[in-house]
Design a protein around this ligand. Structure first.
Ligand code: ADP
Length: 489
């Protein structure tokens, strides 16, 4: 089949700008499509981190103000390991420190509707039949792949003959990008999209709703989450829309970047290891205990957590269990930041149990790798989880996860039971209820299994041998792209 031209639009991309799973996906999926021979280009704002990483950019195009509230901007071309990136350079909107969405006090930037309105507008512009970049960069995609609300408004400008087909992927439906109705004019949207089955959502302009209605096809990051978001309990008000578009909705599980997340080659670890060399994993546990200030205990399991601290992740359940975990007995190493009350709760819990519970506040990529390697088991009792990456990293690192049966967690973790041990699929521990009691029972169960060394090793090796390669996910996205192109024509 002939190669496709794909524009991948995103508000974050690891390792330069990352607040969560989208950053990892943006780093891995376009690269996998590029390796497969497709002409894929990534559109991303020129945040300070991008300027620093790519000082040698070439000018692709100067864009005039595209609407009343949109400043002039420039498109810059750079390459990351051969993958072309298009940087949207608009210093007035993107030359800001820190997190792409939040100001230094942790509040949404007041002009996020304009900032990501411009990103969506430019994604649309590059995909429109009547726009082409200056020669020699004359290029138009066959399909534009939009990710989360920050780019999901683009289809509101698309749909004419000759425009690219569009895909909107939902990485988390809780974030919708809803702004005042005045953005319709501020962003220069056509009047006709202000309707119930367009951009309007309870009197506001909703980026995500727009994309979910108007994109050629839509997807989300696991088959179970694709089903769940059609249900009121998970859909954050968009379930009826998704039921209406059910035929256009797919669930494609994210992959794992095997170059970054591989315990045999991971430079962040104290000692590399693999499924057939598991003994070295213990050295990583010792090193982690030292690094986090935990007692060097070898007689109890060490549970790890790496997470945004939000209610979504169910970590309030861990706080409620608190010292019960130390009585198992077990140790707990937590890395995370987010909700201030939860941060304070984990600081307090760690202070009450020095040597047994350690909390590092912040975002620390290298430590995240060392927790995956050094912990015996990983805790992720999420209330909802579109795909989840950490449970897959845990499986790769022989650190059987304890998860709640939701979204991508349900699609990747198979509970240890008599039946799954016999058919050799057991790779972790699954709870159904988001309650402290259910989590407690799972911790106890995992702890008991951990003491049975042979059994534990079997569970570890089952997880480590799973294939979560991006090559596989990329093939499914290519099918989605081709279907969208066929639907669009
Ligand atoms: P989400 O996107 O909802 O935050 P995912 O599990 O899909 O959850 O992806 C989270 C990603 O962010 C993983 O790569 C995880 O390792 C990383 N991460 C989350 N919190 C931290 C942190 N405090 N330090 C380092 N990495 C983190």
């Amino acid at each position: 089949m002939s190669p496709l031209s794909i524009l991948f639009a995103t508000a974050e991309m690891a390792p330069w700008v990352k607040t969560g799973g989208l950053g990892d996906v943006a780093a891995a999926l376009p690269a996998a499509l590029h390796r497969a021979g497709h002409d894929v280009r990534v559109l991303i704002p020129a945040y300070p981190a991008m300027h620093q990483a790519f000082p040698q950019a070439t000018l692709l195009a100067e864009l005039p103000p595209l609407a009343a509230a949109l400043p002039a901007a420039r498109l810059l071309a750079v390459e990351a390991d051969g993958l072309p990136l298009i940087l949207l350079d608009c210093p007035a909107l993107f030359n800001r420190p820190g997190n792409p969405y939040l100001d230094p006090l942790g509040h949404d930037w007041a002009d996020n509707g304009i900032r990501f309105g411009l990103l969506s507008r430019v994604a649309a512009l590059l995909s429109q039949a009547d726009f082409s970049l200056n020669s020699p960069h004359n290029w138009r995609p066959d399909v534009v792949h939009l990710n989360d609300w920050q780019t999901a408004l683009a289809p509101a400008w698309l749909g004419n003959a000759g425009d690219a087909a569009s895909i909107v992927t939902v990485h988390n439906i809780a974030f919708q990008g809803n702004f005042s109705a005045s953005h319709l004019h501020a962003l220069g949207l056509p009047e006709h999209v202000w309707r119930y089955d367009g951009v309007e959502f309870h009197g506001q302009l909703s980026f995500l709703k727009a994309g979910l209605h108007l994109a050629t096809l839509i997807s989300t990051v696991s088959p179970t989450y694709a089903r769940e978001i059609q249900d009121e309990a998970f859909g954050y008000g968009l379930a009826p829309l998704l039921r209406h578009r059910t035929a256009a909705l797919r669930g494609i599980l994210n992959g794992v970047d095997n170059a970054l997340w591989n315990p045999a080659t991971d430079a962040a670890l104290a000692a590399p290891y693999a499924a057939n060399r598991l003994a070295s994993k213990r050295k990583n546990k010792c090193a982690l205990q030292i690094e986090m200030g935990l007692d060097p205990a070898v007689d109890r399991p060490l549970f790890g957590i790496i997470s945004r601290l939000t209610e979504q992740k169910g970590l309030d359940l861990v706080l409620t269990l608190g010292e019960g975990i130390t009585q198992l007995p077990a140790q707990l190493a937590i890395l995370g930041s987010g909700d201030k009350v939860m941060e304070a709760g984990f600081h307090e819990l760690a202070a009450r149990h020095p040597g047994q519970i350690a909390f590092k506040q912040g975002f620390n990529e290298a430590l995240a790798h060392r927790i995956e390697a050094g912990a015996d088991s990983f805790l992720m009792p999420s209330r909802f989880e579109p795909c989840g990456l950490n449970q897959m990293y845990s499986l790769r690192y022989g650190t059987p996860p304890i998860v709640r049966a939701t979204g991508g967690l349900a699609d990747t973790v198979i509970d240890v039971s008599a039946a799954t041990l016999v058919d050799k699929t057991a790779n972790g521990f699954v709870i159904n209820e988001a309650t402290p009691h259910a989590l407690w029972l799972a911790l106890e169960r995992a702890s008991r299994c951990w003491h049975e060394r042979k059994l534990w090793q079997t569970i570890q090796q089952t997880g480590m041998r799973l294939d979560f390669s991006w090559e596989h996910a990329a093939q499914q996205y290519l099918t989605l792209y081709r279907d969208a192109i066929a639907t669009h024509h």
